[in-house]
Every structure is written in structure tokens, then in C-alpha cells.
Design a binder for this molecule. Structure first.
Ligand SMILES: [Zn+2]
Length: 296
């Protein structure tokens, strides 16, 4: 939020979380309290946390102005998202349909955002997912920003990769697949990681406790299969009730020691520095292609 950083400045990173979020699906559960957000950040940074990536997409109360102010106050680097969530999360569907996703995402990446968040449907892709992912691919080509994907209950990641990386030509290592621990099919996880995409696991969370107990097994299975360099981890706090319960600090206090120092360094520090890097300054699509041989 306070400008571009060298990747190594990210440090210990919560790769998927929310300080601010409002959804038509979660009335009364809005994350909209800057003081509560600041308390979360202070607990996180007291344990060595340096950066938080907020996956709140366009139109869902991401409050970039408050993010910038909180970053100034706490010293924590904050990365904001553009993109669109599933249609059900928006009260005004007519306004949603009038948007031009590629134009919107590119403009927000150039003004303040560092990633594009989109969403699949349950075990498949609906028309909204295809529409937003086409826009995300175009915005990625224009800016170099990574694309982060919400998978409904952890499903449909193969469909997402086929669309984004097959039809739309996005390199797999610029795609971050979210929530896969909510559908803990370990063989599938290994195939997805072998594609080169990042897997952003998340939790624990009061909203997803049914599969929370698979989180460490999922991480261990992927690391044992040689995919430690594809792993990211976040708290994914989505409701006011989940804030601080257990909250961002839990990742560092309770999950990090379970990973051991080598895997913890990769998951919290080394991998985010690569996954969220943007290889050149965002540029206009009508600029000439870079001549540096950047190939991705
Ligand atoms: Zn999220």
C-alpha cells in the first residue's frame, strides 16, 4: 500500500488474510473496524510478522485508505487485491454485470493493488468465473501481477488451471491456488503443485473447522513430495467473529513451530517473496514489450 518493495523486504508473510471484508453473504459479520485490524497487526508483528496480503477483491469493503494508514501506523507491509469474488457476494448484481473486469483490475493494479483475486464455483466453473478469469489474465499480462484464486470448499482447482494456464495462457507459477486444504485430496494437491502453481493453504478458522485438522497433513504431504517451494500459508480471517479467534498471530505462535525451521522459512518468507513479486513496474498494455527477455 505504501509503494513497491524489493521482494526480500516482505519478510515473514501472512499470504492470505483479510483486515477488511464485507459480503452480501455475511450480513452483520463485516470486518470494518480499523482499531480491531490494528490490534491484529500488532499481535502479528510482535511475533516477527512483517507483511500481510489481503485477498479482499473489488467491491467487498477492502478499504485501501485504511490499509495505507494501518501500514504507516504499525510498520507492517500490507498488500491489497483487486479482482472479483463469486457473484453471490455482491448485493447489486446489475452494477456487477456492467463492469469491465480487465479494465477494472488493471486500473486497480496500477493504482494500489498487488494481486488479482478471482473465484471458481463448487466443483466447476460458472459463467461469472470464466468472465472474471479472462479479465484477470488480461490484467496479469498488462501488469505482471499474480492471480490468486478462491476455490469454493477447496474444489475445482483443475478446472481453474485448465482455464487460466491452458486457454488463457497465464504461466502456472503466476497463479496462487487458495483454500485447497478444505478439500484435502493429497494426490490432487501434489499434481497441482507439480504444475508449478502456488498452493496457499489457510486456517485454522472458526468458519472452516470441519477440515482444519487436515492443514498440517496437507503441508507435510506436499513438502515430503518435494513441493515445499510452492507452499504459502495464511489465516484467512473472514468474519468479525473470527477476528482474533484464533487470528493472524496464531499462524506464527502455533502453526510455525509445527513446521520446523526450514519449512517455516520457505512457507512464511522465501516463497511469498517470489509468489507475490512483480517482475517489472506496472506498464500500459500499449507499451512495447520489454526487451529484457522476461519469459513467463
Ligand atoms: Zn480469503
Amino acid at each position: 500500500m505504501l509503494g513497491d518493495l524489493p521482494p526480500e523486504e516482505l519478510g515473514v508473510t501472512d499470504s492470505h488474510d483479510h483486515l477488511f471484508l464485507a459480503s452480501a453473504q455475511l450480513p452483520g459479520q463485516e470486518l470494518d473496524d480499523p482499531a480491531a485490524a490494528e490490534a491484529e497487526l500488532r499481535a502479528f508483528t510482535a511475533l516477527g510478522g512483517r507483511s500481510v496480503v489481503q485477498w479482499t477483491p473489488h467491491g467487498m469493503g477492502g478499504r485501501p485508505g485504511d490499509l495505507a494508514e494501518l501500514s504507516r501506523r504499525t510498520g507492517v507491509h500490507l498488500v491489497a487485491a483487486t479482482g472479483l469474488h463469486r457473484a453471490m457476494h455482491y448485493a447489486d448484481r446489475d452494477a456487477l454485470r456492467r463492469l469491465d473486469p480487465a479494465e477494472l483490475f488493471t486500473a486497480e493494479l496500477r493504482s494500489h493493488a498487488g494481486l488479482v483475486k478471482v473465484a471458481g464455483a463448487y466443483h466447476g466453473l460458472d459463467a461469472h468465473a470464466r468472465w472474471t478469469m479472462a479479465g484477470a489474465a488480461e490484467a496479469h499480462r498488462a501488469t505482471g501481477a499474480p492471480i490468486a484464486v478462491h476455490h469454493e470448499l477447496g474444489t475445482a482447482a483443475e478446472d481453474v488451471l485448465e482455464l487460466l494456464c491452458g486457454d488463457l495462457g497465464v504461466p502456472p507459477h503466476r497463479v496462487i491456488l487458495g483454500h485447497l486444504n478444505r478439500f484435502p485430496d493429497l494426490g490432487l494437491h501434489r499434481r497441482l503443485a507439480a504444475s508449478g502453481a502456488y498452493l496457499a493453504l489457510d486456517g485454522p478458522s472458526a468458519a472452516n473447522h470441519a477440515t482444519d485438522h487436515h492443514l498440517l497433513d496437507c503441508l507435510a504431504a506436499l513438502a515430503d513430495a518435494g513441493h515445499a517451494d510452492r507452499l504459502l500459508l495464511g489465516g484467512d480471517t473472514t468474519t468479525a467473529a473470527a477476528r482474533g479467534n484464533p487470528g493472524m498471530a496464531y499462524l506464527l505462535r502455533r502453526i510455525r513451530p509445527r513446521l520446523g525451521p526450514d519449512l517455516a522459512h520457505r512457507v512464511f518468507t522465501a516463497n511469498p517473496a517470489v509468489a507475490f513479486a512483480v517482475p517489472w513496474t506496472p506498464r500500459r498494455t500499449d507499451d512495447p514489450a520489454p526487451d529484457s527477455g522476461a519469459s513467463w
